[in-house]
Design a protein around this ligand. Structure first.
Ligand code: FAD
Length: 108
């Protein structure tokens, strides 16, 4: 089986980075692509219990794919859901903190 920690870090990197560069206001076809990505991920993710919980979580909390800020916050909350489950610290879901981590880096 895959290394779930390494797989998780890589997947979160991909998802948060993609959200950080998502259109500020996404046209419908782009919103559709993101919905397809997230739903496919929840079906194909190669860690069964992770995928099952993620499917349940996004059913209760449908993705906000309208634009960048909403998507970044939504994804941060889904990641915090997993953080809570694993007893990890929660991350700030303010856009400014997400931009520093996933887009701009810390200012000098
Ligand atoms: P990660 O949680 O991988 O985080 C990487 C970096 O992201 C952190 O160092 C931090 O800088 C940043 N970060 C942390 N929280 C947030 C946030 N809320 N928003 C934005 N950035 C943040 N593992 C399991 O053992 N069981 C599971 O059920 C499980 N389900 C998962 C479901 C999904 C959809 C994914 C993608 C991963 C899942 N994982 C699961 C893996 C788990 O989330 C972690 O990736 C793994 O435990 C490694 O954790 P880590 O401490 O290295 O940091």
């Amino acid at each position: 089986p895959p290394d779930t920690a390494e797989l998780g870090r890589s997947t979160w990197t991909f998802l948060h980075t993609t959200a950080a560069y998502y259109p500020l206001s996404a046209p419908p076809p782009v919103q559709n692509n993101m919905l397809n990505l997230l739903s496919s991920l929840s079906l194909l993710y190669p860690c069964n219990w992770c995928a099952n919980d993620f499917q349940k979580d996004i059913k209760v909390n449908p993705p906000d794919v309208s634009g960048r800020e909403g998507l970044m916050k939504w994804l941060c909350m889904r990641h915090n859901e997993v953080n809570r489950k694993l007893g990890k610290q929660e991350f700030s879901c303010q856009v400014k903190d997400l931009d520093i981590r996933w887009k701009d880096g810390p200012s000098d």
